[in-house]
Design a protein around this ligand. Structure first.
Ligand SMILES: Cc1ncc(COP(=O)(O)O)c(C=O)c1O
Length: 362
C-alpha cells in the first residue's frame, strides 16, 4: 500500500513541541506563577448584571477598561491594545515586527514563549546566554545588540524564571541607540517589583510594554493582557489585530478586576511577606542555591542530582513545582511559585522530606 500523502508544515514547525506540561495531581499547585487564592467571577459580576452582557453582538473596544487602565498606568487610552492573555499580544508583536528573515534577540534564561512565538511567526531567535545569577550588564546588552542587529529585542523585567529585574537605564539606552529595533519589555511581574518603564514610553517610540491580568490581578483564567504602544507605531498593530479578540464577558469582568485597587495592594503585601518566608526556608536547604526574587516565584538550583527526582519527591508530598532544568541556562534548576500561606507552609514542610534523602547523582 502506498503511503498516504499529508500536508506538511514549515520545517521548523514540524519539530515544534507543545508548551503544555503533563497534568499532575497535587494539593499544592505552585508551578505556573499564578495567583494562588481562589478568585471567583461572581465576586465581580452578579447574575443580574450578566443580563446586560449580550452575547449575540460582537464585543466593543473595551472603552471602560481602557479608561481604568490608562489612568492606572498614566497613558492615553488609545495607546492600549487588549489581548486574550498577554501571550496573544506577544505573538502579535512577533507577527508584525518579526517574521521571515528577521531576528529576535533574547537574553537567556528567560520566558520560553518569546522564542517560541518568534519561530511561530517565522522569525529567527538569537540567544545571548546571561546565565545565573541573571545579571545583564549594559556592556553585555549593547555588545549583543551590535553583533545581532535584531529587528526585535526582548527584556523581561522582572525576569521569569530568575525573579530579578533588569536595570531600566540599560533598556532605555538600548532603545535610544537602536531606534529601528522594536524593544519589547515584558512587564508581566512589574507590579510585584513596584517598577515600570511605562512613564518613559513617550521618549522612546520604539518601545512597547506588555502587561497581564494573570499574576497580581489574580485572573490567569480570564485571559487578558494589554500591550502599551506609542501612538506612532499604533497603526501597524491595529492593522494586524484580530477583530473582536476579547469577549464582552471578559471585558466586563476585567474592568471590575482592574478597578479593585485595594485587592491589588493587599495581594502585593501578601506576596512580599510570603516571598520572604519561603526564600528564608529555601536558604536553609544546604543542597541548593536560591536566587533572590522580587516576584511571586523563586528559582533554585541543585548542587547535584537530578531535578526530575527532586520534582517527583515534591509531587510525593503533593506539592507541584516546575522543573525548568531543560530551559537554556537553567541546568539543575527548579522554580516554585508562591502559594497561599497554608500552601507555603506545606511547601516549607516538604523541604525536609524532599532534601533529607541524598539527591541521586546524575
Ligand atoms: C514573563 C511572562 N510573560 C507573559 C506571561 C503570559 O501571560 P498571559 O497569561 O498573560 O498570557 C507569563 C506567564 O507565565 C510570563 O511569565
Amino acid at each position: 500500500m502506498t503511503e498516504r500523502k499529508l500536508p506538511r508544515p514549515r520545517p521548523e514547525m514540524a519539530a515544534f513541541q507543545p508548551y503544555r506540561t503533563p497534568p499532575v495531581k497535587a494539593d499544592v499547585r505552585i508551578q505556573a506563577n499564578e495567583w494562588p487564592e481562589p478568585n471567583p467571577a461572581s465576586l465581580y459580576i452578579t447574575p443580574r448584571e450578566l443580563d446586560g452582557v449580550l452575547l449575540n453582538r460582537y464585543p466593543g473596544r473595551g472603552d471602560e477598561l481602557r479608561e481604568v487602565l490608562s489612568a492606572r498606568w498614566g497613558t492615553r487610552p488609545d495607546q492600549l491594545i487588549f489581548g486574550n492573555g498577554s501571550n496573544e499580544l506577544l505573538l502579535q508583536v512577533f507577527l508584525v515586527f518579526g517574521g521571515h528573515g528577521r531576528k529576535t534577540l533574547l537574553f537567556h534564561p528567560t520566558y520560553s514563549m518569546h522564542g517560541r512565538l518568534t519561530v511561530l511567526a517565522g522569525g529567527t531567535v538569537v540567544e545571548e546566554m546571561v546565565g545565573l545569577p541573571y545579571d545583564l550588564t549594559k556592556e553585555r546588552a549593547l555588545a549583543a545588540m551590535a553583533k545581532a542587529r535584531p529587528e526585535i529585542v526582548v527584556f523581561t523585567t522582572p525576569n521569569n524564571p530568575t525573579g530579578n529585574t533588569i536595570d531600566g537605564d540599560l533598556i532605555l539606552e538600548v532603545a535610544e541607540r537602536y531606534p529601528e529595533t522594536l524593544v519589547l519589555v515584558d512587564e508581566a511581574y512589574s507590579d510585584f517589583a513596584g517598577k515600570t518603564l511605562v512613564p518613559r514610553m513617550n521618549e522612546y517610540p520604539n518601545m512597547v510594554i506588555s502587561k497581564t491580568f494573570s499574576k497580581v490581578l489574580a485572573a490567569a483564567g480570564l485571559r487578558v493582557g494589554a500591550l502599551i504602544v506609542h501612538p506612532e507605531l499604533m497603526s501597524y498593530f491595529t492593522a494586524a489585530a484580530l477583530p473582536y479578540n476579547v469577549s464582552t464577558l471578559t471585558l466586563a469582568v476585567a474592568t471590575r478586576i482592574a478597578r479593585d485597587e485595594a485587592s491589588i495592594q493587599r495581594r502585593l503585601a501578601l506576596a512580599a511577606t510570603e516571598r520572604d518566608r519561603v526564600y528564608s526556608a529555601l536558604r536553609r536547604v544546604s543542597a541548593i542555591d536560591v536566587f533572590p526574587s522580587v516576584t511571586n516565584f523563586i528559582l533554585f538550583r541543585l548542587h547535584e542530582g537530578k531535578p526530575a527526582d527532586v520534582h517527583a519527591r515534591f509531587v510525593g508530598e503533593s506539592v507541584l513545582i516546575r522543573d525548568i532544568s531543560m530551559w537554556p541556562g537553567c541546568q539543575g534548576c527548579l522554580r516554585a511559585s508562591l502559594g497561599t500561606p497554608p500552601e507555603n507552609d506545606r511547601f516549607i514542610a516538604a523541604l525536609d522530606a524532599v532534601f533529607a534523602a541524598p539527591v541521586v547523582r546524575r
